[in-house]
Design a protein around this ligand. Structure first.
Ligand code: GAL
Length: 706
């Protein structure tokens, strides 16, 4: 998606710093904080995210003094501010005078005050006060030279992303009226003749609270769309105020990685800078693999423009059941991974570890032991190192593979219990497909199902349950232009109102894929079936020829059109002998390019090794390199400007890795020049600068390792 926003963060270096909560500390500590921040290389802090009650202790009575003073202390130390509008949580006085603004859960229970984000996104009272507070802050600080960026609210949808209160129901009805025009339109869209759902008055429609049994799936899907839109409206309300008062200051709201509940394509379009909060679990040795997909999404939300990692943990978090600290070196490699993937900096939650409250066990840049704490020593050392990466600021990641992220399909395939199986999970599918490319050494961007696909050689669609002709047309064009398209199971099933496409799946993708799904055939829990690829000589498969892989979760009875190649068939179970994976060559062979295009369909959920080997074949068809030796501890990502490729080579594991790299590259972190082979110690990272080449450097394990 093109990004037209002219506003940029006001900072001339990679951003480094974190959330700062000075209102939890005595003022004399602020001076110490500023001194230590300077020592640690901090140039940006986020505040006052949760401080509304401290800024407006009573209705209409503001206390800006402390914020004025802390901003002066920070600015005096040369530190800029990512200034929050403080609307992430309402003050108690507002809630007690307007209890109707508290959110309700699906069971119709009102959620109490006592945590944060205690508001219904649709509440008119809340919206009014949010607009007022945002304006007050913008007018007070809009001209301040320290102001680098507006930080709207905080992690929309973190605790409350859906509300089922009467106000939300009323808002839902207005949203439906705008979408469908009249009740006939709504009744038609929702397919109300099933189970007697016909509506005769708008006020009879409610948010889909828990009902007697399975709820109308289209009502559920619309509620997902509406709920995302309701929070987007709330965001837009603040953006409008900020743009009016400070037209030159960039606006962001911090995202939560690949999050189900909000359509981030829409949110990103409303803001100037994409920011993300990322908390890969240090206890999960493969957490960097889904993290790569999260970051691929962040850079893609604004067409490849740099984004910013606004929050991460210096070490442990405090919200998992078991919160394992980051091992020495792990924060550094995690931060560099985000930067490799296009983040122009690395920020933390938070600067100073809390002494009390819900997050006192959450790590921070400055731990409880102060300067002596390991987290301070490590974050300070990393802050110093970051200066060496200045040349990568503003550069863009080079990726040849894009993965389609479609929130409608995610919601549609998960909001209802009325599906062929509850086990086919959109996120699991997306992550599994990303993981295969990760293993093969190819970074993955994300893209909408309608594109644009320019610059990509491979586009994969893990699932496109909800689909339409526009998407099918864009995908068909991509294949006709020579692209390799891979579509996953249960795609092309329903339209935007959840009606099954005429003739069944894959609906609008039928001609493109050259197959028909007669029936979805989920695999029972605990059962594993298998697929077998056709022998060598047939379909021109490489190492995949004749290979057999297990599948679980899902399979489909496929009918294959003439001209579609069967690459693999089910080799066990009721579907044994029937097509499982197919490829349809590009429709027109007019040009050399279209002759090479292919539309692959994967009806099964393959074991990870099977997906890797299938995608190796896809990459080969696209003329892209793939690693022979697989090691998911190794990651290489290239950011480039017009003249230089900056290739980040990361070892995410605890074993030493030896990799082959270009000879004569300048390594930015050490200042050394490479000699062709590089040893990366545990959690080691190298950033290699080489003249920009037609194809980004492709880094592989050296033969000395296996
Ligand atoms: C984020 C949130 C922060 C802090 C952090 C702890 O979700 O934005 O305020 O709570 O988690 O990991």
């Amino acid at each position: 998606m093109a990004d037209e926003s002219p506003r940029r963060i006001r900072l001339d270096a990679l951003a480094y710093g974190g959330d700062y909560n000075p209102d939890q500390w005595a003022e004399h500590i602020w001076l110490d904080d500023a001194r230590l921040m300077r020592e640690a290389g901090v140039n940006l802090v986020s505040l006052p995210v949760f401080s509304w009650p401290q800024l407006e202790p009573e209705p209409g009575v503001y206390d800006w003094g402390w914020l004025d003073r802390v901003i002066e202390v920070l600015w005096g130390a040369g530190i800029r501010i990512d200034l929050a509008t403080a609307t992430a949580t309402p003050p108690s006085w507002l809630i007690r005078s307007h209890p109707e603004m508290l959110p309700w859960n699906e069971d119709g229970q009102r959620l109490e005050f006592g945590s944060r984000q205690a508001y219904c996104p649709s509440s008119p009272v809340w919206r009014e006060h949010v607009g007022r507070m945002t304006r007050a802050i913008a007018e007070r600080y809009g001209e301040h030279p320290a102001l680098a960026l507006w930080h709207v609210s905080n992690e929309y949808g973190d605790h409350v992303s859906r509300c089922w209160c009467p106000e939300s129901s009323a808002h839902f009805r207005r949203w439906l009226e705008a979408r469908y025009g009249d009740l006939d339109g709504l009744n038609e869209a929702w397919g109300v003749n099933v189970w007697g759902q016909r509506y005769v008055a708008w006020e009879h429609i409610e948010a889909p609270r828990r009902a007697t049994g399975p709820v109308n799936p289209t009502q559920l899907l619309d509620f997902e769309r509406f709920s995302s839109d309701a929070l987007l409206e709330l965001f837009q309300l603040e953006v409008d105020v900020l743009r009016e008062v400070t037209p030159d200051i960039a606006v962001t709201t911090n995202f939560m990685s690949l999050l189900r509940d909000l359509d981030y394509w829409d949110f990103a379009a409303a803001e100037d800078l994409v920011t993300d909060d990322a908390y890969p679990d240090p206890a999960d040795a493969n957490a960097h693999v889904p993290a790569a997909l999260n970051y691929g999404l962040m850079r893609s939300l604004k067409g490849g423009r740099p984004w910013l990692l606004l929050e991460q943990a210096a070490s442990a978090v405090s919200w998992r059941d078991v919160n394992v600290p980051k091992a020495p070196g792990q924060m550094r490699v995690d931060s560099l991974q985000a930067i490799a993937h296009g983040s122009d900096g690395a920020m933390f939650f938070q600067w100073r570890q809390a002494k009390y409250g819900q997050e006192k066990f959450h790590s921070a840049m400055l731990g409880h032991r102060g300067e002596a704490s390991r987290s301070f020593q490590e974050t300070k050392a990393f802050g110093a190192e970051l200066a060496r990466l200045a040349p990568v600021r503003g550069t863009r990641v080079r990726a040849s593979v894009a993965l389609v992220v479609d929130w409608d399909s995610w919601w549609g395939s998960s909001a209802t219990e009325s599906l062929p199986s509850q086990r086919l999970d959109w996120l699991t599918q997306a992550r599994a497909w990303n993981a295969a490319f990760f293993a093969l050494g190819q970074p993955v961007d994300t893209v909408r199902a309608t594109g644009p696909f320019d610059g990509y050689d491979v586009v994969v669609v893990p699932n496109l349950y909800v689909s339409d002709a526009a998407q099918a047309g864009a995908l068909a064009d991509f294949v006709a232009r020579g692209g390799q398209l891979v579509v996953g199971p249960f795609s092309g099933v329903v339209d935007a109102t959840e009606k099954v496409h005429d003739g069944g799946a894959p609906g609008p993708l039928r001609e493109l894929l050259g197959i028909e799904v007669d029936e979805q055939w989920p695999v029972p829990d605990g059962v594993s079936e298998s697929v077998e690829f056709v022998p060598a000589g047939l379909a021109g498969l490489g190492t995949l020829a004749g290979a057999r892989y297990s599948t679980g979760v899902w399979s489909e009875w496929l009918e294959v059109h003439e001209g579609t190649e069967v690459l693999a068939s089910y080799a066990s179970g009721e579907l044994a002998g029937r097509a499982a994976i197919t490829r349809r060559p590009a429709a027109s062979a007019d040009s050399a390019a279209s002759a090479a295009g292919g539309a692959w369909y994967v009806s099964a959920v393959l074991e990870p090794a099977g997906t890797v080997e299938l995608f190796r074949e896809v990459l080969a068809a696209a003329g892209l390199p793939a690693r022979d030796a697989l090691d998911t501890d190794l990651e290489a990502v290239t950011r480039s400007d017009e003249t230089t490729d900056f290739t980040f080579v990361l070892n995410h594991g605890r074993r030493e890795l030896v990799v082959d790299v270009p000879t004569g590259a300048a390594e930015l972190l050490t200042g050394e020049t490479t000699t062709g082979r590089l040893t990366l110690p545990r959690f080691g990272v190298a950033v290699l600068a080489t003249p920009r080449a037609a194809i980004a450097p492709f880094i592989t394990l050296s033969d000395t390792t296996d």
